[in-house]
Ligand binder design. Structure first.
Ligand code: PLP
Length: 402
């Protein structure tokens, strides 16, 4: 018997859990599954810019040794300069930690901070690694409501009501996965005001900061609060379409002296993993400093923009389905009207959809939403594939009962 650590008891990561296992079984039985469940760009032909790949290839010979535990200097400098242009004051390469994706940095940032019994404010719905990583530290995720009626903006009263003496940090995911919300300056200032009043560390996951539609403007959280310690996280996985490179960064801004003990812990954890994958660190400078090819994909006629419009429109045409139009990121998050669809278990719904229609989506409660009435679909696929998928969903829903 090799038992599992009890630390994992309440850690859930449903977006890669039982549903995906069932999909693998079906594939093993020879079925072809249409997978619109993960924001993985390459399978849909959305590739990293050549200049980014070239930089990695050209430097591969230099990349055989360990780097500085925080990452190579030129990449950290490029990250610091990028945030300087966004208005974050007084940051340099020593304030940047590179990681094997934002995922690794989320876990490190929380492990350096939390003790059992601590609490972290996390949005609902969230990108569920945040909740899972908090629980892995023995801490509690206090989920604050994002309101579908206001385009999924965080409900500031709800955030305030969830703050206790044990609250240590506030997670802000903007633009948001899964909702596609882009937060207004007013909302961000409201959140930052709460962090200021309660002495909270601000964790800003901004991995979709350049994936914006319809003129939406992304405000850098750190730039709005130079007086607060803010950790800003982003990387190559989305804007630069290189999730397989596993490369992300974390910028520390604000009054770092107040966080000296915490930063020593972060440094220790960075040292313990030796360093992040080195070859792909060379791609960072080319990505941030080169032509921003993502822009063409986001304008009318651009793939992401057209696919978003199409998915959103077609989903809204299904009876009993309504969907807020995403203003950022790569996902639609439709609601199944509970008066039309009596769903008590949305994970079961997704498994039934998979078995009947060979279509893989993600259930809303997998993102720590507290009602079983949402689904998430990625709109990275071409319009024909999206049409096929939404047609399958519509057929399925027309007779589905739980
Ligand atoms: N944060 C958010 C909001 C995400 O949506 C994702 C991936 O989908 C990640 C972090 C993880 O990114 P990475 O590939 O850099 O680990």
């Amino acid at each position: 018997m090799v038992p599992q650590a009890s630390r994992l008891n309440n850690v859930r990561y449903d977006i890669r859990g039982p549903v995906l296992r069932r999909a693998r079984q079906l594939e093993a039985e020879g079925h072809r599954i249409l997978k619109l469940n993960i924001g993985n760009t390459a399978p849909f032909g959305l590739m990293a810019p050549d200049s980014v790949v070239t930089e990695l290839v050209q430097n591969i010979g230099e990349a055989q040794g360990y780097s500085d535990a925080r990452g190579i200097h030129s990449a950290r400098l490029a990250v610091a300069q990028y945030y300087t242009t966004l208005g974050v004051p007084d940051v340099g390469p020593d304030d940047v930690y590179l990681g094997n994706g934002v995922s690794e940095l989320i876990v490190m940032a929380l492990q350096a901070l939390l003790d059992p019994g601590d609490e972290v404010l996390v949005p609902s719905p969230d990108y569920p690694l945040w909740t899972g990583a908090v629980i892995l530290c023995g801490a509690r995720a206090a989920h604050y409501r994002c309101d579908e009626q206001t385009g999924w903006q965080p409900d500031l009263d709800d955030v305030a009501s969830k703050i206790t003496k044990d609250t240590r940090a506030l997670v802000i995911i903007n633009p948001n996965n899964p909702t596609g919300a882009v937060y207004s300056r007013e909302t961000l200032l409201g959140l930052l005001d709460l962090a200021r009043r309660h002495g909270l560390l601000v964790l800003a996951d901004e991995i979709y900061d350049k994936i914006l539609y319809d003129g939406a403007v992304h405000e850098s959280t750190a730039a709005l609060a130079p007086d607060l310690v803010v950790l800003t996280l982003s990387g190559l996985s989305k804007t630069y379409r290189a999730p397989g490179f596993r490369t992300g960064w974390l910028l520390v801004s604000g009054p770092r002296r107040e966080a000296a003990g915490y930063l020593e812990g972060l440094e220790l954890l960075a040292n313990m993993r030796m360093c992040p994958n080195v070859p792909s660190q060379y791609a960072i400078q080319a990505a941030l400093g080169g032509p921003q090819s993502i822009t063409a994909l986001l304008q009318p006629g651009g793939r992401l923009r057209d696919q978003r419009d199409h998915a959103w429109q077609k989903l809204n045409e299904i009876p009993g389905v309504d969907c807020v139009k995403p203003r950022g990121a790569l996902y639609v998050f439709p609601r199944l009207d509970p008066d039309v669809y009596k769903i008590s278990d949305d994970q079961q719904l997704v498994i039934d959809l998979l078995e009947q229609q060979h279509l893989l989506l993600t259930h809303g409660t997998g993102f720590n939403l507290d009602t079983p009435d949402h689904l998430r679909m990625v709109f990275l696929a071409g319009i024909d594939v999206l049409d096929d998928a939404i047609g399958r969903l519509s057929t399925f829903l027309s007779t589905y009962q739980q």
